[in-house]
Design a protein around this ligand. Sequence first.
Ligand code: NDP
Length: 405
Amino acid sequence: MAKVIIIGAGGVGAVVAHKCAQVESVFTDILLASRTEDKCKAIAAQIERPIRTARVDADNVAELTALLQAEQPDLVINVALPYQDLSIMDACLNAGVDYLDTANYEPLDTAKFEYKWQWAYQDKFAAAGLTALLGSGFDPGATNVFTTYLAKHYFDEVEELDIIDVNGGDHGYPFATNFNPEINIREVSAECRHWENGEFVTTPPMSKMARFECPEAVGSYNIYRMYHEELESLSKHFPTLRRAQFWMSFGDSYLKHLEVLENVGMTGIEPVEFQGQQIVPIQFLAKLLPDPSTLGPRTKGRTCIGCIVRGKKDGRERVMYLYNICDHEACYREVQSQAISYTTGVPAMIGAKMLLEGHWKRPGVWNMEQCDPDPFMEDMNRYGLPWTVVELDPGFRLDVHKGQD
Ligand code: NDP
């Protein structure tokens, strides 16, 4: 039915390739392209069905445009790094191809998580009759769809949103990141911003902490409030939200290492001169850390990611919690990756399927919450990320231990 080009052969790209290959009726022709073609070939060798590979530098718009014009795919699934988003969108416009990604554009020299650069492509995509779907991973991605699903089926008006991302997995290293180290460390060391009464409020990183008991015996974890990009689009598209916060679990060992690395300047993104060479500290650090795509065989435990929404239904206050629990070892058995790559790659495949089947295809640039959540939620159950929705007591509040509520 459709031909797709997946760009990026890291942890997430591997899962997207596996999952697209599983859905042969939709993804009839798959080309996996990345900067290092050997990585694409290694992934292709894991997959029973033949998929093709290519080398491409996605920072080079002319080179990527030529590949897209030669291949004429129906869709590009961008799971390279956020730095490539705009060059890949430009190449898609040049070649007349739909676009999907899992993370918003970031300029290399500033850790700024904003949709403004990609939203500015709205008119160009609309005029070309092309669709760009932004942020089709888990968070952003499934969390946006969870929020919309709850708003559609359980509320007349949504008022408060807490997105809670717990990774109860253990890879046995004192310090490693579960996805690209550079992107991960830029994200967690950034100042915290959350949405409160019509504006973003800035607080120091990791200054607010709560204790959260996950359902289904996943365990009890310290979760820290931080900025995450879906807060920008969700606060825009759900204007009744009075407060929106994002929380992520971090272990003590991770936080201790991060603090020391920050204090000695190893997380800096400005180049420094070292023995006549310009070196970006965070890029050097990323080189030393374990490659996230190698964590799969050693990670045990489960993730629990979901949305708690408070709002009104028929004049009554209610609180709903929608979540997915995913087991690292089960992911590894299925696609040879840990659950962080899996929970990102599966929604990327489903988002692609939504576009290719026409459910979400309309000209312009869209965030996930602007699309009908129902077919996506059905496919989450079908393709490995089953979810549960429960009603919490209206008196429910997060158990805040540090920072003001
Ligand atoms: P990795 O670093 O493991 O992989 C990135 C891949 O992109 C590598 O294969 C790399 O090639 C390739 N790449 C980098 N630059 C270029 C380029 N210029 N041209 C072509 N290919 C390039 O990252 P992950 O797989 O962990 O993450 C992929 C994306 O998923 C990131 O954007 C990340 O932010 C996003 N993500 C989203 C999540 C969500 O829930 N929404 C969660 C986790 C990640 P090479 O091997 O040569 O370096």
